[in-house]
Write a protein that binds this ligand. Structure first.
Ligand SMILES: Nc1ncnc2c1ncn2[C@@H]1O[C@H](COP(=O)(O)OP(=O)(O)OP(=O)(O)O)[C@@H](O)[C@H]1O
Ligand SMILES: [Mg+2]
Length: 224
């Protein structure tokens, strides 16, 4: 499903080039559930953003399902992202002034879907995460765990093949974090490929593969 080879990425500070990814190789099969761990600054978010088509590599190969992603234009990347990827962030990234339902609808608005179908699909996604009864609430009227579930509904609304999450439980207490992980587990059981970044061993324990990143490379991995 996801295949990277020799992926490199540097950031630039004035004249200084700071290498962040130094030839990442990764193969993730369809239906896998993997956790990416590693010290702060090792490049986990940078890698996840490239896999999620939010950023591009400087060099290397990236294939997602049957698509060559490397070398694509911004527009192509937006399309690939919109059709195949659901992305969940640590800080939820919901728009504060619109309802949960409208937040979940947003990816469909960008696709130009008709209003009625949009609302139906968004409500179904909220139902999937157990929050249909909170559809009209604003994010501030929801708990952290509920806000993250709304964000997961938004990630699901396009029916993506891959779900990526960057420290999705980082802002949640451990009990709420576990309920969010149960949701990822259920989505994985339904066939979604899941890759998440975490610092928490209890969160990584849900995954069947744990990849360890160190200094811009995937150094080791465990399979469970
Ligand atoms: N936009 C940017 N501009 C310049 N440097 C950046 C940028 N984003 C990240 N970096 C640098 O790249 C390195 C890797 O950052 P990244 O966010 O991928 O780490 P991480 O493994 O996700 O860390 P954390 O666990 O703290 O989230 C860091 O040294 C960081 O300072
Ligand atoms: Mg990070």
């Amino acid at each position: 499903m996801i295949e990277l080879d020799g992926v490199c990425k540097s950031y630039h500070r004035g004249q200084l080039e700071i290498p962040v990814l130094k030839g990442v190789k990764l193969e993730l099969g369809s239906g896998e559930f993997a956790a990416l761990m590693g010290p702060s600054g090792s490049g986990k978010s940078t890698l996840l953003n490239i896999i999620g088509c939010l950023d591009t590599a400087d060099s290397g190969r990236y294939r997602l399902a049957d698509t060559d992603v490397d070398g694509r234009s911004e527009d192509d990347l937006a399309l690939i992202r919109g059709q195949r990827i659901g992305f969940v962030f640590q800080s939820f990234n919901l728009l504060p002034r619109i309802s949960a339902l409208r937040n979940v609808e947003l990816p469909l608005v960008y696709q130009g879907m008709a209003r009625r179908e949009r609302a139906e699909r968004a409500l179904a996604a909220l139902e999937r995460v157990g929050l249909a009864d909170r559809a009209e609430h604003a994010p501030a009227e929801l708990s952290g765990g509920q806000q993250q579930r709304v964000a997961i509904a938004r990630a699901l609304v396009n029916d993506p093949v891959v779900i990526l999450a960057d420290e999705p439980t980082g802002n949640l207490d451990s009990k709420t974090g576990h309920s969010v992980m149960e949701l990822f587990l259920a989505l994985n059981a339904e066939g979604k490929t899941v890759l998440l970044v975490t610092h928490d061993l209890n969160v990584a324990a849900y995954a069947t593969r744990v990849l360890h990143m160190l200094d811009g490379e995937i150094e080791t991995e465990e399979r469970r």
